[in-house]
Write a protein that binds this ligand. Structure first.
Ligand code: SF4
Length: 368
């Protein structure tokens, strides 16, 4: 039995004719008998309601560079307070955070973390934003929304790192509270989603189009390239053409390197050349901001002006090595705007990763 201290009533569900309760948060639409949990593990039926079992609990906090989410056009160089809970609504065999996303006991989310405390910790530690990451925030929507509201009251921005696997109605509420997002587009075929994630591609594409055309959320896309699974030039061409056609040239696209993990340990790591070729294909398709990730590739992580070609932001891993943008995000050489959220100067957080214990958080602590 779930302990009452952990329970918060969930939204987005209805009772079916046969007595089961259907959760409507994501396209899995889990149908639950009393006492059952959804596939995501954190939403459960209890006393004929859907409850969120990990409200106010976290699997840990870290201060990261914002580039690690990855977001290259959102307050570059600034620190972001990152946290997650447990569980996930996809079952990716290649999960790179499986110890959190596949957690099936609440020991993994021991840190008490009420929304106001998270916002306070972010503000006091000099973070410009809070990121819902490590596992997909869609499944703990009510908690993420409350944290986002507490953050906005303190001028802290919020970032969703998500697979975008969410139903249309909760999608509206969820993204209304976010300032930025990185959406994991895991592959560009229904077969990939079905075989490796037990999900579907179409709802993810709907989320991307929704973000572009119906919100002001700044978002970037990440595709983890897995050798032999989603890295063929034809699939990368198709993905790039879709992004160009449906979202336009200014949405940044990150191709990142896979390392063998969870249930996909028989594949080699992604060769750096595959990432560079993918970047070239997407650039040829007309996309203006295409990056490589998880490899050392300063050229593939540099932002160029799409008009004159000058370097706007140079990067070496998570270090900003060059900055040639004006306060309103224009190329200092030719004045062309670079899409994103920028300030006059880059942040100076650098590549540091710093763990933070909320329980032991000293209100006088300043780490920035
Ligand atoms: S959010 Fe969880 S319980 Fe709800 S439909 Fe998705 S996997 Fe099932």
């Amino acid at each position: 039995m779930i302990q009452p201290v952990d329970i918060k009533l969930g939204r987005y569900w209805h009772v079916l004719d046969d007595g089961r309760i259907q959760c409507d948060v994501c396209p899995r639409y889990c149908k639950l008998h009393e006492g059952q949990r959804g596939l995501c593990f954190v939403r459960a039926r209890q006393s004929d309601q859907i409850v969120l079992t990990t409200y106010g609990r976290s699997s840990g906090f870290c201060i990261d560079p914002i580039e690690k989410k990855p977001l290259n056009h959102f307050l570059p160089g600034t620190p972001v307070l990152s946290f997650g809970t447990a569980g996930c609504n996809l079952t990716c065999k290649f999960c790179q955070n499986w110890d959190i996303s596949k957690a099936r006991d609440l020991d993994r989310v021991q840190d008490a973390a009420l929304p106001e405390k998270i916002a306070e910790a972010a503000a006091r530690s000099g973070c410009r934003s809070v990121a819902f990451t490590y596992n997909d925030p869609v499944i703990f929507l009510e908690y993420a929304v409350d944290v986002a509201q507490a953050c906005r009251e303190r001028g802290i921005k919020t970032v969703a790192v998500s697979a975008g696997y969410i139903s249309p109605e909760p999608r509206i509420e969820f993204f209304r509270h976010m300032d930025a997002a990185n959406i994991d587009l895991k592959g560009f075929s229904e077969g990939f989603y079905k075989t490796l994630c037990s999900g579907r591609l179409a709802p993810v594409l709907e989320t991307l189009e929704y973000l572009k055309h119906e919100t002001k959320v700044w978002f970037e896309i990440t595709t983890l390239l897995i050798p032999g699974e989603n890295d063929s030039p034809a699939e990368i061409e198709a993905e790039s053409a879709w992004v160009m056609d449906r979202l336009g040239p200014d949405v940044p696209l990150h191709f990142t390197a896979f390392h063998p993990d969870w249930k996909l340990t028989d594949r080699p790591p992604t060769p750096p050349q595959t990432l560079r070729e993918a970047r070239q294909i997407a650039t040829n398709a007309g996309l203006r901001y295409v990056y490589t990730g998880n490899i050392h590739d300063p050229a593939g992580q540099t932002t160029h002006c799409h008009s004159c070609g000058a370097i706007l932001i140079g990067r070496d891993w998570y270090d900003i090595t060059e900055w040639h943008l004006s306060a309103d995000g224009r190329c200092t050489k030719c004045g062309t705007r670079c899409e994103g959220m920028f300030e006059a100067n880059a942040g100076r957080w650098g590549p540091r990763r710093q763990q933070l214990r909320l329980r032991a958080f000293d209100p006088t602590l300043s780490v920035h």
